[in-house]
Ligand binder design. Structure first.
Ligand code: MTE
Length: 477
C-alpha cells in the first residue's frame, strides 16, 4: 500500500505483510542537502570544513521552525496532518481534477515533477579546487529500486565533460606489438551501431566512494557518503567481438589499454579475462537511450564489478598488450595506501558492500511506529546472496528481503519492516555475496587496511537514530 507524499516528506511505504501496521506513523523528514548557500560553499572552499558541519547543524535546526518549501529541499517541521475521512483534499474538488491539463509534447523531453526539484546530484563543497575535475554525487536517499535515472547518475570527470559530435567520434583498435592485432581498425559510431548489441544491468562505483570516511565521520548524508554509485542498463557491443573483428591474437593478449578522448589522458589497463568472457562492453546505450554526455557519450567502456575509473568514457582507443601499463591513473592515483606505508596497485574489483538509504543521515523520523528500512547492496564479484540488518549497532541481525531482480555485479535493493519505539537506535546493513565474502565493520577494515587510504572503503555504515528522531552518521568499530 502506498500513500502519496505530502510536500517535503518521503514516500511512506508500508509492508502489507506486517499485521496491524499503523500506516499513519513512520513519516520521514528529508535530509537538508539543499541548505548550503553560495556563501557557505565559498567558506568551505576556503578550507573551513568546521563551517560546513555548523551549516548542516544550523540547517537541521532551522527546519524545526520552517514550513515545507520543496519536496527535496527544506521540509515541514511539524508533521503534516495525517489524511483521514474528513480530509479536504479527498472531499473537495481539486484544481487538477477540474481543469484542462497540459497538451502532449509540452515538454518534448520529459522532466521530473517540479515538486521533485530538490532531488538532484550535488557537489561536495570544497572537495576539489575546480568543478571540471570533481565529483557530483547521486541522491541515493530519494531513489527507488535499483536503476539510477540517467540525469541523476553520479559524475566523475578529471578534465570536465564533453558533448562529442558522434559523426566525428572514432574508435580505434591496435596492438602494442606487431602481430597482436592483424588488422588494426578505426570504427565510426555507425560501424559500431550496426553490430549485434547486448544490454545488461550493472552498477558503477568510483573506487573513491566513501573515501572521505576512512579516518572518521566526515559527511552527513548518504548522498555524500555513498553517492559515487549508480546503476544502469548499458547497451553495446562486447569488446571481444570487436577484437575478433580486427583479428586480435587472443592467446598472446594478456591485457588491453583503454584510452579516453577527453583532455585528461585517462588510460587504464584491463586484464584480458573479463574481455574474453564477453563481460566488457563498448557501450553507447544507457537506460534505453544514448549515453548522457556526462557519462561518456557517444562511447564508453563498461567493466562490470570493477571500480569506475576503468570505465573509460569518450572511449577512443583500445590497445592489445601483454603486460600492465602502469599509467598515471594506476601508478600514482587509484592505489591503496596500506598500514605499512606501501601502496597496493591494481586492486580494481569493488568488494561486497551495502548501505541503508532510508532512514539515513540528515533525515528525521517524525513519529514512532512503522517504517520500512530500505537500502542497496552490491558486489563486484557476482550476486548479493544475503543482507542482514541491525537496529542495535550490530548486536542482533535480521535477514532483510531482497527485491528482485538480483543480478550479478548489479545493485540489489533490500527492505526490512521496522517498528521504531522512540528509543535511540543504530541502523546497519551487512551484505554477503555469492563468494561468501562478508562486508567488514570499520574495526576489521582498518585492522587490514589502516585509516589513511582513499579507495575501496566498503565498511558497514551506521546511522544513529536519536530519541528526537534525527538520523546522524556515526562509526562503530
Ligand atoms: N574516462 C575519461 N575519459 N575521463 C575521466 O575523467 N573518469 C573516471 C571514469 N572514466 C573518467 C573516465 C572515473 S574516476 C569514474 S569513477 C567514472 O568514469 C565515472 O563515471 P560517470 O561520470 O559516468 O559516473
Amino acid at each position: 500500500m502506498t500513500k502519496l507524499r505530502p510536500d517535503g516528506e518521503a514516500t511512506l511505504r508500508t509492508d502489507p505483510l506486517a499485521p496491524g501496521a499503523d500506516v499513519s506513523s513512520g513519516r520521514l523528514r528529508r535530509a537538508p542537502e539543499n541548505f548550503l548557500t553560495p556563501e557557505d560553499i565559498r567558506q568551505v572552499g576556503r578550507g573551513r570544513r568546521d563551517f560546513l558541519r555548523a551549516s548542516f547543524l544550523t540547517a537541521a535546526a532551522a527546519t524545526a521552525a520552517t514550513v515545507a518549501a520543496t519536496a527535496g529541499g527544506r521540509a515541514a517541521a511539524a508533521p503534516a496532518a495525517t489524511a483521514g475521512i474528513g480530509d479536504p483534499d479527498i472531499l473537495n474538488p481539486t484544481p487538477w481534477g477540474s481543469s484542462l491539463g497540459q497538451p502532449v509534447a509540452a515538454t518534448p523531453y520529459g522532466l521530473p515533477s517540479r515538486h521533485e526539484r530538490g532531488l538532484v546530484r550535488r557537489q561536495s563543497p570544497g572537495l576539489t579546487q575546480v568543478a571540471a575535475a570533481s565529483v557530483s554525487f547521486a541522491p541515493l536517499q530519494g531513489l527507488f529500486g535499483i536503476i539510477t535515472p540517467s540525469g541523476l547518475h553520479f559524475e566523475r570527470h578529471h578534465q570536465g565533460w564533453q558533448d562529442i559530435d558522434p559523426t566525428r567520434h572514432r574508435f580505434m583498435i591496435d596492438g602494442a606489438k606487431p602481430g597482436f592485432v592483424k588488422t588494426p581498425k578505426v570504427y565510426t559510431m555507425d560501424d559500431i551501431l550496426r553490430l549485434p548489441p547486448v544490454s545488461r544491468m550493472h552498477f558503477i562505483e568510483c573506487g573513491a566512494n566513501t573515501g572521505m570516511e576512512w579516518g572518521n565521520v566526515a559527511v552527513p548524508t548518504v548522498q555524500y557518503t555513498h553517492g559515487m554509485l549508480s546503476c544502469s542498463e548499458f547497451t553495446g557491443v562486447p569488446l571481444r567481438t570487436l577484437l575478433e573483428d580486427c583479428g586480435a591474437d587472443l592467446k598472446a593478449a594478456k591485457y588491453v589499454l583503454a584510452e579516453g578522448g577527453d583532455g585528461s589522458s585517462m588510460t587504464r589497463t584491463i586484464p584480458i579475462e573479463p574481455v574474453l568472457s564477453g563481460e566488457v562492453l563498448v557501450a553507447y546505450g544507457q537506460n534505453g537511450e544514448m549515453l548522457r554526455p556526462e557519462n561518456g557519450y557517444p562511447l564508453r567502456l563498461v567493466v562490470p564489478g570493477v571500480q569506475g575509473v576503468s570505465w573509460v568514457k569518450w572511449l577512443r582507443r583500445v590497445e592489445v598488450g601483454d603486460r600492465p601499463y602502469a599509467t598515471k591513473d594506476e601508478a600514482v592515483h587509484y592505489i591503496d595506501l596500506m598500514p605499512d606505508g606501501q601502496h597496493r596497485q591494481y586492486s580494481s574489483v569493488q568488494e561486497c558492500k551495502s548501505v541503508i538509504t532510508t532512514p539515513s543521515g540528515g533525515q528525521t523520523l517524525m513519529a514512532k511506529g512503522y517504517f520500512t528500512i530500505s537500502g542497496l547492496a552490491w558486489s563486484g564479484r557476482g550476486k548479493v546472496k544475503r543482507v542482514d540488518v541491525s537496529v542495535d549497532g550490530g548486536v542482533n541481525w535480521v535477514e532483510a528481503t531482497l527485491q528482485t531482480p538480483v543480478l550479478s555485479k548489479c545493485l540489489t535493493r533490500f527492505t526490512l519492516p521496522w517498528s521504531w519505539d522512540g528509543q535511540p537506535a543504530l541502523l546497519q546493513s551487512r551484505a554477503i555475496d555469492e563468494t561468501g565474502f562478508v562486508q567488514p565493520g570499520y574495526g576489521q577494515l582498518r585492522a587490514a587496511r589502516g585509516s589513511r587510504s582513499i579507495y575501496h572503503n566498503n565498511a558497514i555504515q551506521t546511522w544513529q537514530v536519536a530519541e528526537n528522531g534525527d538520523v546522524n552518521n556515526v562509526q562503530i568499530l
